[in-house]
Design a protein around this ligand. Structure first.
Ligand SMILES: [Zn+2]
Length: 296
């Protein structure tokens, strides 16, 4: 037994000497795998499904971040400088930052994952008179149909950047599409035949989701701002008319404001959702089952 001890010690020493390299100043290790940066964690999940062992990924934003005002960290910028591909989802902060990414890395391929997706206006069913619309809804990933399109877009980019592994990406794509379809079927079942179709939410992140399942999203925010007193009165009246008893909020929203609004609206349940979550399939099912409670 004793004879083995020195060998074990050497092994441990070597192991500990190489393991901390990951995460010191970049999430990427220097190896042959493709280095891919994305703006949204759910998209990172999708790239991980399709790229498998052949990719390393980083997401700039995650749970609790506000993609409308986000700024990448120095660590993320270092990883961006080492990236082969950047998948943009066209969220607000990217317009300012993409030129800086390409300045820092002239080899970076910037690919728009939303190619082929029809963007919808930000929902404003209850307050259309309220001035100019902020524009098109950026939360494209919160819909299975859109996610299938994005998956196809990602797979074809990986195949053209790394043709050696094209077959792997194709078979991973097929598996991923099947699991997205499965989620979609479960959500269809969950979200048909409920008492009501209207739901109340602070930030309008579920526009594509609502469209997919014939629901009506009633957002409290108007063009990213708090509603005016008259808009608020309108929202409270609609909430009463539809018998709404649940308010959806999201990670990062001030809980005091949410409480106050819930009291005014006679809401007895507040449900926090996370539009920015990494695990898309678990997140979609959580959002679906939460909505089911709210609609009954
Ligand atoms: Zn948002």
């Amino acid at each position: 037994m004793k004879k083995h001890l020195p060998i074990l010690l050497i092994f441990l020493f070597l192991f500990s000497a190489c393991s901390p390299q990951n995460g010191d100043n970049t999430p990427f290790e220097a190896d042959a795998r493709l280095k891919i940066s994305v703006s949204i964690a759910s998209v990172q999940w999708l790239v991980d499904q399709i790229g498998g062992e052949q990719v390393q990924t980083q997401s700039l934003t995650t749970t609790g971040d506000d993609p409308h005002t986000y700024e990448p960290s120095p660590v993320q910028m270092t990883a961006m400088a080492a990236s082969d591909v950047y998948f943009t989802a066209g969220v607000e902060f990217e317009a300012v930052w993409i030129p800086k990414f390409t300045d820092a890395n002239s080899n970076l391929e910037v690919i728009d994952i939303s190619e082929g997706i029809e963007r919808i206006p930000v929902a404003d069913q209850l307050h259309e008179e309220g001035g100019e619309n902020e524009g098109l809804d950026p939360h494209i990933w919160l819909s299975p149909k859109n996610m299938e399109q994005i998956a196809g877009n990602i797979a074809s980019v990986l195949q053209s950047v790394d043709p050696e592994n094209a077959e792997l990406y194709q078979s991973n794509l097929e598996k991923t599409l099947a699991s997205i379809e499965e989620i979609d079927n479960q959500l269809k079942q969950m979200l048909s035949q409920n008492k009501r179709t209207q739901f109340l939410i602070i930030h309008p992140s579920l526009g594509y989701f609502a469209d997919s399942y014939g629901l009506q999203m009633i957002p409290v925010e108007v063009n990213g701002q708090e509603p005016s007193p008259s808009q608020l009165a309108e929202i409270l009246a609609a909430s009463k008319t539809y018998g709404i008893h649940t308010l959806f909020t999201q990670t990062g929203t001030n809980p005091l404001n949410v409480q106050m609004l819930a009291e005014q609206a006679g809401i007895d349940e507040i449900i926090e959702i996370d539009p920015m979550a990494y695990d898309w399939s678990a997140n979609m099912l959580f959002i679906g089952s939460s909505l089911k409670k709210a609609l009954n």
